[in-house]
Design a protein around this ligand. Structure first.
Ligand code: GLA
Length: 744
């Protein structure tokens, strides 16, 4: 045992571990029996002054006593990494079929070590270190011959604790992991609410809030992607917490595959939160001396509500997760070929779009799907990453060169993880699909998933993508992925390892994106999976931005951006002005509304056909001008959710310097004779005044924050000629105002 202190981690003689920065503490201890007991995650508590509350031992009829120790039962003992079967009957953090063929294991404290900063997780994305300290606590089970090392990192300048676990087989026979969570936090008894982000294709990130029920509530994915159904994120909060008040613990998993976040409230009302790889349909054979590493779980604490939680996430994502080379970079405005030409892209079409882009002031042309050999519709060719020479006779390189000669950047679409059976790749390598024998495989958009658990597949994809990026002509890659997994298995693995495929796939995917993105650090990567089907902190470690949803109707997008903003900063979000009637929901909205909702993202662009571009040319030129002028503020600014009544949404973005404040106010459906609305802005300088640009009026920062300001009024009739309509919304449904305040 080593007992040492540093600025952020204190360990007492009796093994109380106190991880604290100025604002938060994470505290646990070793019980006399050797169990790691959780004591606190929340506001800062200095070490060594005595904790005023902690785990208690009482006699309860009908419950068990751990190892026969009087009144010590693990079912109501808060723990750090609990197991099932020795008086704890709740969801365990670890469940292992040991070499004796049972799942009864007990982990007791063995040693600990403190290091400055934080090491990267092997083969998995993890938050960067820096001003931080890491505590590694090793637990052992001498009977099952298992060792588990729990890693905790606390940051000096972020109210964040990260956790992960390594499970090592120190025996002589193989064991089987059935569940290995990244993290478990047992919260004190209390009334909590939870918020999570649910959805589906084109309606991702809908925030749902509910009381934590007695029983077990799970958000999870078993689809092979983190999924658009549940994002791997959950906030647990004191009952009644709001945007600006209340205690909130946010948990997110840095993982892009099958995950589960579980909240369990048991008969004694203690609340357990576990986060990790989904134990459903998961097994991992661990041979002697092998180590299994879990993904990283990230926990944040806010005592000032959901807004402060989001600010913590946003700063942490920007500082420690997103690729550092782009995080502060204004992103180029772009024109994407998809809605303009779909699969009918050719050299001439692309050059024509490039001319249009240039005339509109756009900075980048993105060539989407349809450019590779034989790809004329979505039934064929995925996997054959070779230029279609009937469409691009001189190769993509020459098209890229000519686009760039016009002063534009050039972007290219790939969907590397997929294959159509109608492709040269499938004919050559039918065993490269994710598959099980003797079954007809389900298709999704006519395609199949390549088996990235295989090194030969990863090598092939690296070579193909590299052959395009090595030309130095590609500034941006849209990395798409358009189906989830089914009939999951690998032709390259033995029968007893088939349930390892989803996680092995993730390890293969991460190794591929790590290799490519580190070889081309100046290429901007955008993560897309039919929109937000894999929009998570795992891929964000490699790809600076994500296509949050295929939904580009502005009304449809309001709840998506509002929901995603709980975790993701605007620096990670991409948007575009798409066509009307909208291709996802058929709604018709003005260019103004599309522009003003799409405003709140860092990567902003257009996906319109030439007729739409021509018909709306002036408004689009204005939009692109606005986007370029505000691009730096989007990556650097702080975003706040100000109001959301369902029919009305208001967002605020403060530039990093505090000089500019952007307020977007959106109204869904019109109605007559509305009440007046007022809203309070946040995080302004109370002692300064701010000028509302469109009306030339000055307001005090204190007044804007405490009194609020009068939101534009929705007057459906507007029949009095002598009324001042400068603070009104447009008439009708689906209207918006974008207000800009400048600090005087
Ligand atoms: C997905 C994406 C679209 C487009 C198409 C191309 O649907 O979400 O933006 O790239 O694939 O096939």
């Amino acid at each position: 045992m080593t007992t040492s202190d540093n600025r952020l981690i204190h360990v007492s003689e009796d093994l109380v571990f106190n991880l604290s920065n100025q604002h938060i503490s994470y505290i646990f201890r070793v019980s006399p029996e050797g169990i790691l007991e959780h004591l606190h995650f929340g506001g800062a508590i200095a070490p060594n002054r005595g904790l005023s509350a902690g785990p208690r031992r009482v006699f309860r009829c009908t419950v068990l006593e751990f190892q026969g120790i009087k009144n010590y039962q693990l079912d109501d003992t808060p723990q750090e990494y609990p197991l099932f079967g020795t008086s704890d009957t709740r969801q365990p953090a670890l469940h292992v079929l040991n070499s004796a063929g049972n799942t009864v294991n007990t982990l007791l404290y063995k040693s600990h070590q403190i290091t400055l900063s934080k090491a990267d997780l092997p083969n998995l994305p993890s938050a960067r270190g820096g001003a931080s300290s890491t505590l590694a606590v090793t637990l052992e089970d001498a009977v099952s011959q298992l060792e588990v090392t729990l890693s905790y990192t606390i940051y000096e300048h972020h109210n964040v604790v990260t956790r992960s676990a390594n499970v090592r087989n120190v025996g002589t026979k193989a064991v089987r992991l059935d569940n290995a969570m990244s993290s478990c936090i047992d919260l004190p008894q209390g009334d909590y609410e939870l918020l999570h982000l649910r959805g589906s294709w084109s309606r991702e990130f809908e925030a749902e809030r509910m009381d934590v029920p007695q029983g077990r509530f799970v958000i999870e994915s078993a689809r092979g992607t983190s999924s658009n159904v549940h994002n791997p994120f959950m906030a647990l909060m004191s009952k009644g917490a709001g945007e600006q008040h209340g205690a909130v613990i946010g948990t997110a998993l840095m993982y892009s595959g099958n995950f589960a976040i579980t909240v369990e409230k048991n008969e004694f009302e203690s609340v357990r939160v576990t986060a990790g790889i989904n134990p459903f349909n998961f097994q991992w054979l661990l041979e002697p001396d092998e180590v299994f590493s879990t993904p990283e779980a990230v926990h944040v604490f806010s005592h000032q509500g959901l807004d402060a939680m989001s600010q913590t996430w946003h700063r942490f994502v920007n500082d420690k997760i997103s690729p550092p080379q782009f995080v502060d970079q204004a992103r180029p405005t772009y024109l994407n070929s998809w809605e303009a030409a779909y699969f009918d892209v050719t050299h001439d079409v692309v050059l024509g779009l490039a001319d249009k882009a240039k005339a509109l002031g756009v900075e980048m042309l993105v060539l989407d799907d349809g450019w590779f050999v034989g790809r004329n519709n979505d039934t064929s060719s995925l996997g054959d990453w070779v230029t279609d020479e009937t469409k691009f006779p001189q190769g993509i390189e020459e098209t890229a060169r000519q686009v760039k000669a016009k002063g534009l950047k050039f972007g290219l679409w790939f969907e590397p993880e997929m294959v159509n059976k109608e492709s040269q790749l499938y004919v050559a390598h039918p065993d490269w699909l994710i598959q099980v024998p003797d079954r007809v495989l389900s298709t999704g958009r006519n395609q199949h998933t390549l088996d990235l658990s295989r090194q030969d597949v990863v090598e092939y994809l690296f070579e193909r993508i590299d052959s395009f990026l090595s030309t130095g002509l590609i500034d941006y890659v849209k990395w798409d992925m358009n189906r989830v997994m089914s009939e999951v298995g690998s032709a390259a693995l033995s029968a007893d390892r088939q349930l390892e495929v989803p996680h092995r796939y993730m390890l293969g995917l991460y190794s591929l994106v790590e290799r490519i993105t580190s070889k081309y650090p100046n290429v901007l990567f955008e993560n897309c999976a039919s929109g937000g089907n894999r929009f998570d902190l795992g891929l964000l470690r490699f790809m600076s931005q994500g296509w949050v949803s295929d939904m580009c109707d502005p009304i449809g997008r309001l709840s998506i951006i509002g929901g995603a903003s709980h975790l993701f900063p605007l620096s990670t979000l991409a948007s575009y002005i798409g066509p009307v009637p909208n291709h996802q929901n058929g709604r018709v909205t003005s260019v103004k509304m599309r522009k003003e909702v799409g405003f709140f993202a860092s990567a902003r662009g257009l996906s319109l056909n030439e007729a739409d571009l021509d018909a709306n040319q002036d408004e689009i030129i204005d939009a692109i001008h606005l986007y370029k002028a505000t691009a730096q503020d989007m990556v650097e600014g702080s975003f706040h959710r100000i109001k959301n009544t369902g029919n009305e949404v208001c967002w605020q973005l403060n530039s990093r310097c505090g000089q500019r404040v952007y307020v977007g106010y959106y109204h869904v459906l019109s109605a007559p004779n509305q009440p007046f609305r007022r809203t309070k802005l946040v995080n302004l300088d109370a002692d300064s005044s701010y000028r509302l640009q469109c009306r030339g009026m000055d307001f005090g920062g204190d007044s804007l924050m405490t009194l609020g300001f009068d939101l534009p009024y929705i007057d459906a009739m507007r029949i009095q000629a002598d009324t001042d309509y400068s603070n009104h919304m447009d008439q009708g449904d689906f209207v918006s105002r974008l207000l800009v305040f400048e600090k005087n």
